[in-house]
Design a protein around this ligand. Structure first.
Ligand code: PNS
Length: 167
């Protein structure tokens, strides 16, 4: 299969996202990781920071992984990339309604675009980027959820916020 677009907020990228990329790259020649610039909730990291972090974490795959940010409708971004497969992770039943709604909305907007769901490794089925932030904010250990370099950046960001720095 030529290429897929893996969209998300990635605030920040977790071990679950990396696991999904790992599985996706076994199926697709190229994955474009598309980082939503302005997610509804105000993100912990700017879109440039999120793109940079994902690039660092995925550099081992070379040019088979492309990381970009996008704004507006996903299907419009996909048309500019000439891509017609959306890759998403489906963790638990709780994800299903949200994912089905997105997949069907995207299909309504652009019938040629298909969504492919992959299931992450069992140790990541409960993992969400928001959980990482909640645990970090409360002073808990996030090392099972993110790589050491992401852990460092998350802890640094909370230390900056604590000291009153605006992002
Ligand atoms: O990681 P997330 O936050 O669950 O990812 C959600 C994302 C970025 C895939 C979704 O919000 C999205 O595609 N946003 C772009 C706007 C869009 O195209 N909406 C139509 C589908 S509902």
């Amino acid at each position: 299969m030529p290429q897929a677009v893996y969209p998300g907020s990635f605030d920040p990228i977790t071990r679950g996202h990396l696991d999904l990329i790992d599985r996706g790259i076994a199926i697709f020649n190229r994955i474009i990781v598309a980082v939503l610039s302005n997610p509804k909730k105000s993100p912990l990291f700017t879109h440039q920071e999120r793109v940079e972090m994902i690039r660092d974490e995925t550099s081992r795959w070379g040019d088979r992984i492309i990381v970009e940010s996008f704004d507006g409708l996903l299907v419009e971004y996909m048309k500019t990339k000439k891509a017609n497969v959306v890759l998403r992770g489906l963790r638990a039943v709780s994800d299903f309604e949200y994912e089905l709604e997105m997949a069907l909305t995207n299909r309504q907007l652009a019938d040629e675009i298909e969504t492919v769901f992959l299931t992450p490794s069992v140790e990541y089925v409960y993992l969400r980027a928001s959980t990482v932030k909640t645990v970090a904010r409360g002073g808990g250990d996030i090392s099972p959820f993110v790589t050491p370099s992401i852990e460092k950046r998350v802890l640094q960001r909370y230390a900056e916020l604590k000291s009153g720095k605006t992002i």
